[in-house]
Write a new protein. Structure first.
Length: 404
């Protein structure tokens, strides 16, 4: 049975949502053969804290996102040889402008050029970022160009698997970036009614079946869950209930379609393709309703704050929490900064994808408030029995913990 707390006078379940605490985001040393690394600075600090929350919990619910990419994913810059050639030349120019040495080894140069943000000794603060390219897609998600920082769109050559013209059913990848530009910028084309979208190109990471997509030992997953994750590469979700603690784990895999990326846990970046989260949230909501649950609190954190965590928080607020609301339960969503780290993009809430702006954006647009790790842990930490109830040691609006 699920542990419940009393929150605002209501029988409340706490669901911890950990977004993508995978090796590929917190271990910068992983090689391409190991599935690649898209390192989030200080990302390795979050897993032990999440592991502490798991170790201290009993009869609790954990929903865990797993970035789960096929090796031919459209978002990997390495799958677009034309963009890689273009990016390496731009990166070499970037290094020369900042009086930095250019790696002589081609493989090391290529790996360095893929990283999201580069920090070099001797730079004035703030550090100078080296941005990712974005490919431009039409309404059928065919690649038509490469968007530059000023909004102009370079023309590109695209090669498909079949060698025919690009189509939604035939994987296309950029094989050459041309010198010519379209006559209108990305924003001008959008303003003229063209249904364009972009796809950021990242270094490869979290490839299915590799170390990169697995979770570190510091997450304190029970052995049964680790065995299931390593042995089941096909399922869209992996579920496990630990017989020792009563904790239940629901791993939701996303980004596993080769032609669309996924930041949020609930919907892919095309805004239409659903992940398995909708059905999984429904399953959990039905179970909690049968146990008399009146309110659900989601405590959210993970990697990276300003991408997958922010998108996931929005997904929960926008529609996933609806599975509980439509069954008469109130919902509350909290963001836990201490178990989250972001990609260092400067700017306030008005700058898209800025790290510092993520939390204010979530609060302003979705009412997602920040709470401390100690508050989050107080909601689910077992305590000594007193009569038929369990007393809690604090947390916002908490009175006591009871077993449902």
């Amino acid at each position: 049975m699920t542990r419940f707390i009393e929150n605002d006078g209501k029988k409340t379940a706490v669901i911890n949502v950990f977004i993508d605490p995978e090796n590929g985001f917190l271990n910068p040393t992983l090689t391409p053969e190991q599935g690649g690394a898209l390192y989030v600075p200080n990302g390795e600090q979050v897993a032990p804290l999440m592991g502490k929350m798991i170790a201290d919990a009993s009869d609790s619910i954990f929903i865990i996102g797993q970035d789960y990419h096929p090796s031919n994913h459209i978002s990997f810059v390495t799958n677009h040889p034309g963009v890689m050639e273009y990016r390496i030349e731009k990166f070499k120019e970037f290094l020369r402008e900042n009086d930095q040495p250019i790696p002589e080894d081609d493989a090391k140069l290529a790996l360095a050029a893929q990283q999201p943000v580069h920090f070099f000794k001797g730079y004035d603060h703030p550090p100078t970022p080296f941005p990712f390219e974005e490919i431009v897609l039409d309404s059928d998600r065919n690649i038509i160009g490469l968007k530059e920082a000023d909004g102009r769109i370079r023309k590109v050559e695209v090669t498909t698997e079949s060698g025919l013209e690009p189509s939604p059913k035939d994987i296309g990848r950029v094989t050459k970036v041309l010198d010519d530009y379209y006559d209108k910028t990305f924003d001008e084309k959008r303003a003229a009614g063209e249904l364009l979208s972009t796809q950021t190109l990242w270094t490869q990471h979290c490839i299915q079946g590799t170390e990169s997509c697995q979770y570190p030992d510091s997450m304190n997953f029970p052995e049964g869950l680790k065995t299931k994750l390593q042995g089941d590469m096909m399922s869209k979700t992996v579920d496990y209930r630990d017989p020792k603690t009563g904790n239940e784990f629901h791993v939701i895999r996303k980004g596993n379609r080769s032609e669309v990326d996924s930041y949020g846990i609930g919907v892919e970046n095309d805004g239409e393709t659903m992940t398995p989260a909708w059905d999984k949230f429904r399953e959990i909501a039905l179970k909690l309703k049968k146990q008399g649950c009146e309110k659900v609190v989601f405590n959210l954190g993970g990697l990276a704050t300003n991408f997958c965590v922010e998108f996931s928080g929005n997904n929960i607020a926008d529609f996933l929490a609806g599975q509980f609301k439509m069954r008469g339960m109130e919902t509350e969503i909290n963001f836990v900064p201490e178990i989250s780290r972001g990609i260092p993009i400067a700017g306030g809430p008005e700058v898209p994808f800025s790290e510092e702006g993520a939390s204010p954006r979530m609060e302003a647009s979705r009412g997602i408030k920040s709470i401390s790790l100690s508050e989050a842990m107080a909601m689910q930490k077992p305590a000594s029995r007193t009569g038929g109830d369990l007393e809690t040691d604090g947390g916002p609006n908490l009175k006591r913990v009871s077993v449902g």
